[in-house]
Design a binder for this molecule. Structure first.
Ligand SMILES: [Zn+2]
Length: 216
């Protein structure tokens, strides 16, 4: 099985990727991981990416494409889940070319769907421990602390992080749609897109993904 997972922040994409790897024995391919690994191994692309990261710069599309290409030419995962790549339409075109060079075909692109308001509600319900050495996060909707506004682990007060504020989430969602809508359209045209609602509990979402996968 060869899959790409797409979904906005707060859709539980990372959790679903983890479950797919565990239960279907797929290799997890996340750009964050392979970037860190390439830098550690000092690969040709790692050497290009390191100074960019050191300066806090965004790694450009072409470098990310090269990084994924390097991985597929060396480790060559046969069965995988892509998490966070391709992120843009241009990356999808590069990935299509890479896969066809490697004689590999995607089976499906799972599009985790969730309304923006629901994402705002979900992320906005996060409360994190204000003690920097602890940092445990709770969710008032799914995983509330035992005592209101107090960390179960260390007893410090909980707070809403700037990243989780509505204004920040809305800005990230606008950016997500601006970049991702063309990517989703591309895979829909290719007949690979499978829409799965990210709204039910995680385990139900997982079952719905499994059910929607093409039979092998
Ligand atoms: Zn704490």
């Amino acid at each position: 099985m060869r899959l790409v997972l797409v979904g906005p922040p707060g859709s539980g994409k990372g959790t679903q990727a983890e479950k797919l790897c565990e239960r279907l024995g797929l290799t997890y391919v996340g750009t964050g991981n392979i970037l860190r690994e390439a830098i550690k191994q000092n690969t040709p692309v790692g050497k290009i990416a390191r100074p960019l990261l050191d300066q806090g710069l965004l790694v450009p599309d072409t470098v990310v494409n090269d990084l994924v290409a390097e991985l597929f030419r060396t480790a060559r995962p046969e069965r995988f889940v892509m998490d966070g790549y391709p992120r843009t339409y241009a990356q999808a075109i590069a990935f299509d070319a890479l896969l066809s060079q490697q004689f590999l075909k995607l089976d499906a692109v799972i599009n985790l769907t969730i309304a923006d308001d629901e994402v705002v509600r979900r992320i906005g319900s996060r409360r994190c421990c204000s003690n920097k050495d602890c940092g445990v996060c709770y969710n008032l909707a799914f995983r509330p602390p035992k005592t209101e506004n107090v960390c179960d682990r260390c007893g410090s007060p909980l707070s809403l992080r700037d990243d989780d504020k509505e204004e920040t989430i809305r800005r990230r969602l606008v950016e997500f749609h601006r970049i991702t809508d063309a990517l989703i359209e591309h895979y829909r045209r290719a007949g690979l897109l499978v829409d799965v609602s990210a709204v039910p509990p995680m385990e139900t979402v997982y079952k719905n993904i499994e059910r929607a996968l093409p039979q092998q």
